[in-house]
Write a protein of this length. Structure first.
Length: 307
């Protein structure tokens, strides 16, 4: 528990210094609703996705993230709705919440331009009862900062067609204070506004081989940009294989997805750190994703979904 306490207190301070507060995902290209509110309905089916991420394996108190998202267009094809739940636990810090989603979509050229908004409740809880304290004079232990739920909102733009997508989004629009002293005269942490730029293209080499490069760039004030570059290949409409490089933590990501049926697909990714000093402490990160699609409006013709 000592490692857990040290890690947790370090991350509390890091929340305010680095401002990189959103959970990290390696399979973002298959789970974009948690990054961009305008992604809702873009698969043209009722789409449910669950992701379980276990980061920094081997470190007591390492991040564990769980999300579940659900979104679909309505009978009026211009409108899509959705929601997602998330839980992100790091040591004795537990960040969780839910967001409701609305998107409005317009035909533009050979694709659709979507405007999306998310609103919901976010809360960060510090589980002091799970800590073991060796320094009774530690300022964090003496003051034990408090938290409370906050209403927040996210916004996104997303343009896509069968072979291409590009999106721009922002999260934590209200920049609420989330960790403060009990008398509220000192604010330790606020939710920093995050900006995301993403894009990808599917090159149709043949009917049985699709090559898809993509990229995600995350920016937050007072923090270096976090860039994720991916190259994936899709074989026989069944198997995705991909490789990513993430600049923030100098990590390589190996990912795969199997399309089991027209409705069900399962994905897995493994992060390994290229810094030898980091590798001595962490044994990489695992991420499992399960997705299920239901065609509510079978009269509509569905195009192949590469995103």
């Amino acid at each position: 528990m000592k490692k857990t306490l040290i890690l947790s207190l370090f991350l509390i301070i890091g929340y305010g210094l680095s401002a990189q507060q959103d959970a990290l995902f390696s399979q973002y290209m298959f789970n974009k609703l948690v990054v961009n509110a305008a992604y809702a309905g873009s698969r043209d089916v009722l789409s449910a996705t669950a992701v379980n991420r276990y980061q920094w394996v081997g470190l007591d108190g390492g991040p564990k993230t769980l999300t579940f998202s659900l979104h679909s267009p309505l009978r009026n094809e211009k409108i899509a709705v959705g929601m997602y739940l998330y839980s992100d636990k790091i040591g004795m810090i537990h960040d969780y919440g839910f967001m409701f989603n609305y998107a409005y979509r317009l035909l533009l050229g050979d694709g659709k331009l979507s405007f999306g908004i998310q609103a919901g409740l976010k809360h960060i809880k510090i589980e002091w009862d799970k800590s073991t304290v060796f320094d009774q004079d530690d300022i964090y232990w003496l003051t034990q900062p408090v938290t409370k739920p906050r209403i927040d909102a996210n916004f996104g733009l997303y343009y896509y067609n069968e072979l291409f997508y590009v999106g721009l989004s922002s999260k934590n629009l209200f920049e609420n204070s989330i960790i403060q002293s009990k008398d509220k005269d000192v604010i330790y942490t606020t939710l920093a506004r995050h900006f995301y730029l993403m894009g990808g293209y599917a090159f149709k080499i043949s009917e049985d081989f699709i090559f898809r490069p993509s990229a995600l760039i995350k920016y937050t004030l007072h923090a270096p940009p976090n860039m994720d570059f991916n190259a994936s290949a899709f074989f026989f409409n069944t198997l995705w294989l991909g490789l990513s490089y993430r600049t923030w933590n100098n990590a390589a990501v190996f990912l795969t997805q199997i399309v089991i049926t027209d409705n069900l697909y399962v994905g897995y990714s493994y992060d390994t750190y290229l810094n030898s000093e980091v590798q001595t402490h962490f044994k990489g990160s695992h991420e499992i994703m399960v997705g299920y699609d239901i065609n509510l409006f079978k009269s509509r013709q569905l195009t192949p979904r590469y995103f």
